[in-house]
Design a protein around this ligand. Sequence first.
Ligand SMILES: Cc1cc2nc3c(=O)[nH]c(=O)nc-3n(C[C@H](O)[C@H](O)[C@H](O)COP(=O)(O)O)c2cc1C
Ligand code: SF4
Length: 417
Amino acid sequence: MSSEVHFITKNFDKYDPMSIDAYLAIGGFSALKKAVQMDGEDIAAVISAAKIKGRGGAAYDMGRKWSQARAVKGDHKLTICNADEGEPCTFKDREIIRRDPFNLIEGMIIGAYTVQAQDGYIYLREEYRHLRARLKNAIRQAEEKGFLGDNILGIPNFNFHIHLYSGAGAYVCGEGTALIRSIEGKAGRPRMKPPFIKVSGAFALPTCVNNVESFAIVPHLLCDRENVYMSHGSGESIGTKLVSVGGNVRRPGVYEIPFGTTVREIIYGLAQGIPDGHALRLIQFGGASGKITDDRILDVPYTYDDLKAAGVTVGSGAILVIDERTSVLDFLRMTQAFFSHESCGQCTPCREGNAHQKILLEKLARGEATPEDIALMKKIGEIMERASLCGLGETAQAALLSAMQVFPDTFAVGGAC
Ligand SMILES: Cc1cc2nc3c(=O)[nH]c(=O)nc-3n(C[C@H](O)[C@H](O)[C@H](O)COP(=O)(O)O)c2cc1C
Ligand code: SF4
């Protein structure tokens, strides 16, 4: 039986999330006070040393991102906290906002200090509208105490203002360029890169986008005198990670695990396994855009490298467990329905590819698919992966393509498991 750790979640339930005084009483904002004694480049170096990869799904080196964003010249620069959290089965950011909003604000201020930004946006998914008041309150109280606004902590020209923005519920708006267009008041559709966001992001200003969990780690890391974070995990996966476990498990929820915990310990230990004695059918990692596998993954340690070697990825940190009551084909049809609905329709591989995959999956479900249909399904999936304009189209077929390898019987024409 594995146990959780509490590093990123250390403050959960330790203070009243509506009260900055309560946050200050548990040491809140001491990381910011420490950060402003440091050079921004040194803060980025601390993050690099901890090998933190962005927690929004793409796993980009966060220290490098902050260092690159800092190097971009500009009188007016922005940071964005991506709180869109639209990836199915992903709900860890919600818990951070709900239970530790001041820590997120503190992480954003440290980020702004590091990359030298004057304005920050929190892009909150519409479905989290119930958390708006909590964030607004945290921003207002931080302003009143002088942690946000002009000359923060009395430091001349350290000015940073946070603006709260709500999306309208589109999954694609979690993608950086679509999110930015949405903040600008335009239709939330991705654009080609370059120009890269760090050079020309929202309102054509240099912009640094990070996930909620990415920001939330920073204050804890800067105050980690005993190197607790570094004592967990190994190799490229140091520290801890929030995972959202959902689907057919007894105890779905958000768990902070040390990297290296096995998948079995997460599913059968923390989430207490599958109810009513049902057998495991499949597990999807990283949300609907993630790959699927079967029980051969159970003894694999949850690290970036081990999961990759086993054919899946960390992605958003979601772990979706599906038991024998759902067939692989039905699961793929549901996933396909999601992407067919969420594709913005802007580029041909994704728009047409999703529409055709849906038709082919329905044909397979009716028992009418031919070997040519299966080959076409694979070909379309691979084209989408390579030729789509954004990450949505590139990963929409990850579940299907991985299923073709792991569950070949599903595609044996005329039969579905
Ligand atoms: C279709 C799509 C949806 C995404 N949704 C989210 C999201 O909801 N939250 C998030 O943090 N990142 C999301 N991302 C990843 C972001 O584009 C970006 O990589 C991330 O916000 C950067 O922060 P990080 O480096 O801290 O992970 C999404 C990407 C794609 C392609
Ligand atoms: S890949 Fe899909 S979501 Fe992305 S731009 Fe193309 S059509 Fe839109």
